[in-house]
Design a protein around this ligand. Sequence first.
Ligand SMILES: [Zn+2]
Ligand SMILES: [Zn+2]
Length: 395
Amino acid sequence: MIQALNLAKEIRDEITNWRRSLHKMPELGLFLPKTAEFVKRKLDRWGIEYITYRDNSGIVAHIGKEGGKVLALRADMDALPIKEETGLDYASENENMHACGHDCHTAMLLGVAKILKEHEDQLNGYVKLFFQPGEEGPGGRPVMIADGCMENPKVDAIYALHVGGVGEGMKPGDITLMYGPYSAADDQFDLYVKGRGGHGASPHLCVDPVVVATTIIQTFQTIVSREIDPTEPCVITVATLQAGRGAENIISDTCYMRGTVRNSTMENRNYVLSRMEEVVKGICMAMRADYDFKLDYGYVPVVNEKHMTDMLIASAQKVLGEDGVHVGGRQGMGGEDAGFYYQLVPGCFFNLCCTTAHSDGNVYPAHNSKFTVDDSLLYKGTAVFVQAVFDYFEE
Ligand SMILES: [Zn+2]
Ligand SMILES: [Zn+2]
């Protein structure tokens, strides 16, 4: 029997230090040269084989025996274009920040790599560790899938985790997870309503795109409120609306809007996006306007599969005790590009509760310049992963 928690505890300080090293040098997007170098140096030192890709900084480490089941564990490695304001002594040394905790995910997965390699002879299966760039953008399907990370050998299932807040009734270092949808489908749209401009005092000689656009916005909201099951979350937000240049007496030629659409399921997502297009077309036709509507397909929902979730709960309880594992909670409406992996194979995505107060006493959310994590707890995430790997292969 593997002593996952003890093994992770033995390298607790190392995991913390890796995280802090990564935290100082955040990188954005698909190319993370320093971060990837850091990961590769560790893998080399531990004698772990890995694959890299030409068009991005993704790394897939391989540990175990081929021929049996294949489990993937995924950590994202990229940061955000935010100027850090934590004041910590290991704060970012450049203009960007690990404000979503991906430095923590990378450090935890490095801990998993080290432990699994040391116990490779006890592994009855094959583990692929995905160190993935580009989660925060440029968006779309993770490049590593296109590069074949799910094949050779073919991945059967996946686990991933994200750092998260400590909710009511939870202790720092606990984990939370849920059955079914975890994150939302996340799509963007751009719409130009094309009318005919003219004098503000003569609307009958014009086609006012502002009135058309506002009618469209109102009708978008009735898709949410009148067409989607009210127990299934759906959001349409028009975040940008632009027309005119500040005049009070000119009807504009065009009105531009841009926004985001969030859905809990693929069925709702496909339905809502197609209805939005119909609404735009129908209202523009009825109101004599023209339009240019562009959908930008983003992330698909992460949906936790029942059996993988059952197994992860059991593994996490072995490591953290029953009171360290919290099942339930509500799906978030944020996007997470891991959804593309979960479309291909069953998996479970869980959270490690480890955000903590900034020195000003407030707890800041991810994507905030004062976002702070208690990185002395990261070994618990490593421990849950290690236990989950062994349990998956014993099953
Ligand atoms: Zn994020
Ligand atoms: Zn994130």
